[in-house]
Design a protein around this ligand. Structure first.
Ligand SMILES: *Cc1c(COP(=O)(O)O)cnc(C)c1O
Length: 429
């Protein structure tokens, strides 16, 4: 591990909580170089919805490479791209009656977000984009400007502007009508808010702490957009590809976003791959206006196609997610109730779930304990107060039982050890 400290930048982060060298992985398990096996309830921050190295997806990639098929193609046509676009049209868009043009914006989620923001500004000729408290959209400057987290924003080193932040669902006191503030600003010529080009929102904020927007809230937001002629962008990078059940997280709410971003689990096995989807009338790009070297990464087309064909021909995975989510929710509620004195609550949708701690330190300690006992989990939220569950959607009930037993133990350890809790003084007082 010495080489990491010696050579790799300080910016490295996840490895600090999981100080081991990972070697192999399959399904919901990952093994380190010493042969220690971990259950993975982080799943590459939602990039591994179908688990590590799914055998069918991996086989498709190996076969593609063995036959010397093209790997790098800029955006020239290839058989791999043909098959991906056909599968995406036939298995994702058509069955949902969705009419979107598909843009390959570059390999990472932030590329998809940048393309979405640029397109919204180009279409409307306006600059401001409305984003939401605790939103997360990536680290490049445009995406960072619509991201809430102050530490991440601070890394920009320049002003992050042309944006306005509004309260996400449940941010206020619950008594103020949800869109009172946004509507007032839009309608008041004295408000100081330049007419926005678009709003960008996650249906469930993953990095922001598993904050769930209700269907009614999303429909309300869509109404505001329609009334004021703003484009409605849904960033489905983490919550898409079945994380909440359906392929797109917004399907259940009945909204019809103008622009949608996808990445993370899109390639099916953790290869970089992202899409920006736009309603056809918004496709006003000039050829090459948003360019990039890695927009035609054939290995990701191949694995993404295999993933769509394996998991999205029917509703089996969606049903399985609903089932697992119900069960996991029950377990987490149980844990929260057992340790009422720690002040824990639960939230989430589908297999994006959170255990929310009054005291952020406790969330970190639970993750640390879980790691020591063979389970990978991360925290999220503005103060890292949420233990975040993003298990592979394919995780079996036995694996869920094993994982939640480790969580229960970890919470119990934190609960009974005042030293560990760091509030021994308070207890004495
Ligand atoms: C991860 C994420 C991004 C950024 O994707 P990168 O690949 O890290 O650039 C954007 N939006 C959401 C909602 C994400 O979860």
């Amino acid at each position: 591990m010495q080489v990491f400290e010696q050579v790799e930048s300080q910016v490295r982060s996840y490895c600090r909580n999981w100080p081991t060298v990972f070697a192999t992985a399959r399904g919901s398990r990952i093994t380190d170089e010493d042969g220690r096996s971990f259950l993975d309830f982080f799943a590459g921050a939602g990039a591994l919805n179908y688990g590590h190295n799914h055998p069918v997806i991996k086989e498709a990639l190996l076969a593609y490479l063995t036959e010397d098929n093209v790997v790098h193609t800029l955006d020239t046509y290839s058989g791999a791209k043909t098959r991906f676009l056909e599968a995406f049209r036939d298995l994702v868009l058509a069955p949902r009656n969705l009419d979107y043009k598909v843009q390959f914006p570059g390999p990472a989620g932030n590329n998809a977000v940048e393309a979405a923001l640029k397109l919204a500004r180009k279409v409307t000729g306006r600059e401001t984009v409305v984003s939401f408290t605790n939103g997360f959209h990536g680290m490049t400057l445009g995406a960072l400007a619509v991201t809430g987290n102050s530490m991440k924003r601070g890394g920009a080193g320049v002003a992050l502007n042309n944006t306005a932040t509004m309260p996400f669902d449940n941010y206020m006191d619950g008594r103020t009508p949800d869109f009172l503030w946004l509507r007032s600003l839009l309608e008041d010529p004295g408000s100081g808010l330049d007419k926005p080009a678009a709003v960008i929102v996650e249906t469930v904020q993953g990095e922001g702490g598993i904050n769930v927007a209700s269907d009614a809230w999303l429909r309300g937001l869509e109404s505001v957009c329609r009334e004021h002629d703003l484009l409605f962008i849904v960033d489905d990078i983490q919550m898409g590809c079945g994380r909440t059940g359906p392929f797109f997280s917004f399907e259940r709410s009945g909204i019809s976003p103008d622009i949608v971003t996808l990445s993370k689990s899109l390639s099916g096995m953790g290869l970089p791959f992202a899409l920006t989807l736009m309603k056809p009338h918004l496709d006003v790009w000039e050829p090459g206006e948003h360019n990039g070297t890695f927009r035609g990464y054939a290995p990701a087309f191949v694995t993404a196609t295999a993933a769509l064909e394996t998991f999205w021909r029917n509703d089996t995975l969606t049903d399985q997610v609903a089932d697992s989510a119900d069960w996991l929710d029950g377990e987490l509620r149980g844990i929260a109730e057992t340790h009422g004195d720690l002040g824990i609550s639960t939230r989430g949708r589908g297999l994006a779930r959170g255990l929310v701690f009054d005291e952020p330190r406790h969330a970190a300690l639970v993750c640390q304990e879980a790691f020591a006992n063979g389970l990978l989990m991360e925290t999220s939220g503005a103060e890292d107060e949420v233990v975040k569950f993003l298990p592979p959607l394919t995780t079996t009930r036995e694996e869920f039982e094993e994982g939640t037993a480790i969580v229960r133990e970890a919470v119990a350890t934190v609960a009974k050890d005042p030293e560990l809790r760091g509030d021994a003084g308070e207890e004495r007082a």
